[in-house]
Design a protein around this ligand. Structure first.
Ligand code: TYD
Length: 202
């Protein structure tokens, strides 16, 4: 089983991902959590290039390819081996982030990004993606002032990110929007409720 947590920076997805992983473990599952981009050595190196503002110009298309390359390594080194062993994988971001941040908000074609990522991941798609949604002002407040290269893109970019996630969730199967502006316990309960239709969970 393969689950993805996605959403805007400041949506609280990492906290909820950890709670969900703990819950799966309490149900007797063997769980692997990972971060996209990250977790592998190559992924961490690319993450540092992508998130640190070092002054190196990176075009939107190059940025899209770098996020995608980090993902290829993560799929091959971590996700596929875990799934093959019957473990449950819970991932912090995946292809949908690229479709939204570099597509909807970055003006690349979402369909092209999906096609490239289908190739890059060997056609590996999650059973269920949770999109944690919060209003822009809530997300910005949670982020504070210490912003990385991506987080410094400003309110207009992030408004497009939010709308992109909502638009994709509406159009895509197996993608559910969770209201993440509620109390954390209520967010966690909404996430569990959304897994109701998945065989073998709970
Ligand atoms: P994230 O790991 O959620 O950041 P943090 O740990 O700081 O909360 O995401 C890293 C940033 O990269 C975030 O701003 C979203 C962005 N991103 C993209 O623009 N495209 C992508 O394909 C992915 C996976 C992330």
């Amino acid at each position: 089983m393969f689950f993805v947590f996605d959403g805007m920076d400041g949506s609280g997805k990492t906290t909820q991902l950890n709670r969900f992983a703990d819950w799966l473990e309490s149900q007797g599952k063997s769980v692997v959590t990972a971060k996209d981009p990250g977790t592998t050595k190559l992924g961490e190196d690319l993450r540092s290039i992508l998130l640190t503002d070092s002054g190196t110009p990176i075009s939107m298309r190059a940025e899209m390819m770098l996020f995608t390359t980090a993902r290829t390594q993560l799929v091959e080194e971590v996700i596929r081996p875990a799934l093959t062993q019957g473990q449950v994988v819970v991932l912090d971001r995946y292809v949908l982030s690229t479709v939204v941040y570099q597509g909807h908000a970055g003006n690349l074609q979402p369909d092209e990004i999906r096609t490239i990522n289908n190739l890059a991941t060997g056609g590996l798609w999650p059973e269920l993606t949770f999109v944690l949604d919060v209003p822009l002002d809530v997300a910005m407040k949670r982020l504070g002032d210490d912003l990385d290269r991506m987080e410094s893109r400003g309110a207009e970019y992030f408004q497009k990110v939010r709308e992109g996630f909502l638009c994709e969730a509406k159009a895509c199967d197996r993608t559910v929007v969770i209201d993440a502006a509620q109390q954390p316990d209520n967010v966690a309960a909404a996430i569990l409720a959304a897994t109701g239709g998945i065989n073998g969970v709970g």
